[in-house]
Structure formats: structure tokens, C-alpha cells
Design a protein around this ligand. Structure first.
Ligand code: UDP
Length: 461
């Protein structure tokens, strides 16, 4: 590092950054990881968090935590309609966030605040930042490809792609290869404005920010990053994968069942299918039964995360028929929540059947574990298409959750030639990750650029 850069970075030690995670698991984890990365680079860190979904941050005594009321009623806080929840949060948090940030700014004489870093989905924070004359950097916690797809929604809507019939879902979106109509990142909601207003707010307010951080790396999404630069005219920093800078995140909202690891210890190398559909996906009862039959019929050992609430209204496994539970318990181990990063790095794990959440996708690539993809909504649709068609490191279940397709995909991936090829492809990406984080690697350099960029916001005291 040259002397001038070193001096700037040392001065940045006096700067404080205020981070505001969106309170959903897949957004909290990367924001807390980013907080750790930036703290390691010398910044003081304050976290503003809603009372809703507050993780236990006691493992981070080096952060200052400011809780704000989110104004959600009990019914609102328990909704499973995510777009509606996001809209409510963006309306109800305006005043509490503004008051909290104004207070922090008025007290910052000895500890100047350089900028705020907020999740892209916290779109209201751009107006607050403008109002308080502080810069806002956006963290987008999903892939660049999916942000491009979200940004293209108005165009796709004008072209009639959003009103196609069910029978036309496999039609390619020629303007957006390799996407098919069914991959367009839609989300069902009871919100009268539909999901598009939220997406459009997110895209438009991100474009107004001072900078944009991605939990991705250049070698994975190079052409997407180039396209993004044409549409989003702001400095962009691809510094991921975040979780590789520090060991597993301690921002889990649920207790991670560590018996998963002792069970994996008893299994043969690369023999186990790890199954998890993340923190918000929901399925109908008959689909849970299809998943269970697919796993039982695959004749492979499996570790399955069945999150309470995965089937709306059910406690846990009580909806599975007795003979099915017996069939799966012969080969499988079921938990409510797992230490996912450790599971993926365990030698017994041979494949990850995932909902294609971006953190899960990156965590799998980092460990060289090929995937079976069952996306549920939003960015997962796009990410799973990239896994299947572009990176060729997994198989997307094209028919949804259907036992014969599940069984056949598991066989292809665990014992077939296709699986071998995917394993080679993903190992190649894993090597690229190792390189991008080394000095002079793309993410390493991008992180240095981000530190310089933030350090330039405030004159050194
Ligand atoms: N996760 C976990 N244990 C589990 C399932 C998931 O710790 O049993 C973590 C996983 O490692 C990831 C996050 O929860 O960091 C899920 O984020 P992702 O973007 O994959 O999906 P989302 O939950 O947002 O749909």
C-alpha cells in the first residue's frame, strides 16, 4: 500500500459509519459481516436496528447499537407477506430513523460520521440522508444480475412479459438472456400497489446514492457489473464474498442446531444432500410431502432444515404421514435451523438443495458444493437461472417441487457425469474466490478503493 493511501486509511480510524440492516436474516448477515470488515479497516461502527427481528449482537461489543421502534403491530410483525412487510417498515421507520440519525449527527464532534450504509431495500433512507446532508452508500445483498433484472421490470412489463399465461412460462426473455418468463423476479403480495412499487423505489433510490456495495466478486459477474455501470452512474464496489473475511456469522435469528455437525461426522465423504430453503420461503403442505418423498426415494443420506413456519400454520413435521416419516428417518436427519456455513464446509456434504437465496448461493460456491435449485420468489428466480445456465454449477428444478424430478436431479448430481462436470466448474469458481481475496485480487482492491472513497468524505480532523 502506498504511503498516501496508508495515511488516508489511518485517518479514517477517527470516522464513524452508521449501518442500518434490513431486519431479515438474509440481509442482516451480510450487513453485520460488512460492519466487521469495515471495523477491521479502522472505522468505528454504529448499528441502527429495528426492534423487529433484532439478532443477538452481544458477540460484537465493538459496535455501538441504537434500537429504534418500528411501529409494527403484532399482526403486522407476524405477516408472511414480505413485500407488504417491507412497505410497512419503509413507512413506519422514517421518523424513528431520522430522529436517531439526527441525534447521532449532533453528537459527533469527536467522532465524525462519514456516511450511512443502508440496505437497498431501505429506500426511504435516501431522502433522510439528503435531508440531513449526509452521504448514503447502499448495500445490495443480492447478485448484480438480479438487480439488473429488477431494474428491467418496467421494460419487461411494457413488453407484455408480466401478463403471459402459465403455459408460456418456458418462453425465453430474448432481451434478457438466459432468463425465461418464469424467471422474471416477481413476488406475490396482498399489498394493493403490488410488488413493483417497492422494487421501483429500491432501484430509483439506489441510483441516487453516493456508492453501491455488492456481496459478489468481479470474476463471477463481470459482464453484469459492466452493464450496471451503464445504468447506475455511481461508484460500485464488488468486495465479496463477505463471509470469507471472518468465520461464520453470529447474527443468526434462530439457534443453530449443532447436532447437524455431529450427524455429518458419521457420514461418508460427499455423500450427504444438505437441504434448506432459507429464512422466509414458505410452501404448501403437499409440496413438503413431495420434497420428503423425493428425498426418501433418492436413496442418499440427507440433512434437511425444516424451519418452523416453512409450511404456514404448521408446527413442524406433524403434517408428514407416519410411513413417510419412517422412510425419511432411515436415511435423513432433520433440524429446525443449522450452522449452514459449517455444514457446507463439512467433508460429508456433497450437494446443496437450496432456494437460491444469494447468501446461500455464495456460501455454496465458496465451499465448492454444487446445487439443486428450487427458487421461490424475487431474486432467487434469477440467481438459480445463473447457477443452471451461466455458471453451470447446479440443476434448477424446472417443474417446481415434484418428487420424480427431485429424485432424478439428486441422482444426476450425486452420481452422474453431469454432477462431475458441475463439481469441476464450481471448484474453478472456488479457486477464483480464493484469488480475488488475496492482495491484488479484485475484491481486495475494490475494498481498498471503498475505504479510500469513504475516507474522502470528511476532511481529516
Ligand atoms: N442459514 C443458517 N441456517 C440455516 C439456513 C440458513 O444459518 O439452517 C443462513 C445462511 O447461511 C444464510 C442465511 O441464513 O447466510 C440465508 O440467507 P439467504 O440469502 O440464502 O436466504 P433468505 O433467508 O434471505 O431467503
Amino acid at each position: 500500500m502506498d504511503n498516501q493511501r496508508q495515511t488516508i486509511q489511518q485517518q479514517s480510524k477517527r470516522c464513524r459509519l452508521v449501518l442500518f440492516p434490513l431486519p431479515l436474516q438474509g440481509h442482516i448477515n451480510p450487513m453485520i459481516q460488512l460492519a466487521n470488515i469495515l471495523h477491521h479497516k479502522g472505522f468505528n461502527i454504529s448499528i441502527i436496528h429495528t426492534k423487529y427481528n433484532l439478532p443477538n449482537l452481544s458477540k460484537y461489543p465493538h459496535f455501538t447499537l441504537h434500537l429504534i421502534p418500528d411501529g409494527l403491530s403484532e399482526t403486522e410483525a407476524s405477516t408472511t407477506d414480505i413485500p407488504l412487510l417491507l412497505k410497512l417498515l419503509n413507512e413506519k421507520c422514517v421518523k424513528p430513523f431520522l430522529d436517531c440519525l439526527a441525534r447521532l449527527l449532533s453528537d459527533d464532534a469527536d467522532d465524525p460520521i462519514a456516511c450511512i450504509i443502508t440496505d437497498a431495500v431501505w429506500y426511504f433512507t435516501q431522502a433522510v440522508a439528503d435531508n440531513l446532508k449526509i452521504r448514503r452508500i447502499v448495500l445490495r445483498t443480492s447478485s448484480v444480475g438480479s438487480l439488473l433484472a429488477f431494474a428491467a421490470l418496467p421494460l419487461l412489463q411494457d413488453m407484455g412479459y408480466l401478463s403471459w399465461k402459465d403455459s408460456e412460462m418456458d418462453t425465453p426473455v430474448v432481451e434478457f438472456p438466459p432468463m425465461k418468463i418464469k424467471d422474471i423476479p416477481t413476488i406475490k403480495t396482498s399489498n394493493s400497489e403490488g410488488p413493483y412499487q417497492i422494487i421501483s423505489n429500491m432501484v430509483e433510490q439506489t441510483k441516487k446514492a453516493s456508492g453501491l456495495i455488492f456481496n459478489t466478486f468481479k470474476e463471477l459477474e463481470e459482464s453484469e457489473l459492466d452493464k450496471l455501470q451503464e445504468q447506475f452512474l455511481l461508484p460500485t464496489f464488488a468486495i465479496g464474498p463477505f463471509h470469507k473475511y471472518f468465520s461464520a456469522s453470529s447474527s443468526s435469528l434462530w439457534t443453530q442446531d449443532r447436532t447437524s455437525i455431529s450427524w455429518l461426522d458419521t457420514q461418508a465423504p460427499r455423500s450427504v444432500i444438505y437441504v434448506s430453503f432459507g429464512s422466509v420461503a414458505e410452501m404448501r403442505e403437499e409440496k413438503l410431502i413431495e420434497v420428503a418423498w423425493g428425498l426418501a426415494n433418492s436413496a442418499q443420506p440427507f440433512l434437511w432444515v425444516v424451519r418452523p413456519g416453512l409450511v404456514n400454520g404448521s408446527e413442524w413435521l406433524e403434517i408428514l404421514p407416519k410411513e413417510l416419516l419412517e422412510a425419511i428417518s432411515r436415511r435423513g436427519y432433520i433440524v429446525k435451523w443449522a450452522p449452514q456455513q459449517e455444514v457446507l464446509s463439512h467433508p460429508a456434504t456433497g450437494c446443496f438443495w437450496t432456494h437460491s437465496g444469494w447468501n446461500s448461493t455464495l456460501e455454496s460456491i465458496c465451499e465448492g458444493v454444487p446445487m439443486i435449485c428450487s427458487p421461490f420468489f424475487g431474486d432467487q428466480m434469477v440467481d438459480s437461472r445463473y447457477v443452471n445456465d451461466i455458471w453451470k454449477v447446479g440443476i434448477k428444478l424446472e417443474k417446481g417441487l415434484e418428487r420424480f424430478e427431485i429424485e432424478s436431479a439428486i441422482r444426476k448430481l450425486m452420481v452422474g457425469k453431469e454432477g462431475e462436470d458441475m463439481r469441476k466448474n464450481i471448484m474453478c469458481l472456488k479457486e477464483k474466490i480464493d484469488l480475488c481475496l488475496k492482495p491484488c485480487g479484485s475484491s481486495y482492491r475494490s475494498l481498498d478503493n471503498l475505504v479510500d472513497f469513504i475516507s474522502s468524505f470528511r476532511p481529516p480532523v
